[in-house]
Design a protein around this ligand. Structure first.
Ligand SMILES: Cc1ncc(COP(=O)(O)O)c(C=O)c1O
Length: 209
């Protein structure tokens, strides 16, 4: 079978949530990918920036294979050793001192929104995010996303999200009121072009929190 055959088969069985390139990827090593027609690619995407060690890094592959032979899943009703070790590593090597594990970016942002709301108390629920942002495809993260094209067709969206102009700290300050509980932003916007927020902006909005 070829790329075109796989693309046609995929279109038969998937609902049309994403438009995909007409290539069926079959192998990855480091920063290279190969499709089913044998074409080789230099991968600048890395699974939208999540395969940060490259494709099929031997240490990752080994760890996945070893763990899959020991224990695959017991739900979050129990502790597991690898999960605790990973959380310890994250706490030791990042800004964070506690960890919430999620399955996707959207779920991580949903958790961030819920944590901000539950710790802010009654009446403080509003999240300020930025125009041009992308925060995921669940309903709350769609509402947080500052691009109308992602809202269309999904209304009514969850309440409590307002959007400030990109890169303008004064506008964020204006939007803050007694209902505000968090500012949500990507340090580098991706979906609307690679648009970094500068250090001064990030420091200014941090100081408002
Ligand atoms: C900045 C940003 N936030 C959230 C998401 C959502 O992540 P996921 O697709 O893993 O839910 C994405 C996905 O591209 C993203 O680019």
């Amino acid at each position: 079978m070829s790329n075109a055959d796989w693309a046609a088969r995929g279109e038969q069985v998937f609902i049309g949530t994403y438009s995909r390139f007409p290539a069926a990827m079959v192998k990855g090593r480091g920063c290279r990918l190969w499709d089913d027609d044998g074409r080789e690619y230099l991968d600048f995407l890395a699974g939208i920036a999540v395969c940060s060690l490259g494709h099929c890094h031997p240490a990752v592959t080994r760890a996945v294979c070893e763990q899959a032979q020991e224990l695959m899943h017991v739900s979050n009703l129990f502790h597991t050793k690898p999960q605790i070790r990973l959380a310890e590593l994250l706490c030791a090597n990042t800004f964070a001192d506690k960890v919430f594990m999620a399955n996707s970016g959207a779920e991580a942002n949903e958790a961030a929104i819920k944590l901000a709301r539950i710790h802010s108390g009654a009446g403080r629920y509003e999240i300020i995010s930025l125009s041009g942002s992308f925060h995921g495809r669940t309903l709350a993260t769609v509402a947080a996303t500052g691009q109308p094209k992602f809202h269309q067709g999904f209304e009514p969206l969850p309440k409590g999200f307002v959007h400030a102009r990109f890169g303008d700290p004064a506008e964020v300050e204006q939007l803050i009121n007694e209902k505000t509980c968090a500012i949500l932003c990507e340090p580098v916007q991706g979906e609307s072009g690679v648009r970094p927020l500068d250090r001064e902006y990030l420091q200014a909005i941090r100081a408002m929190c």
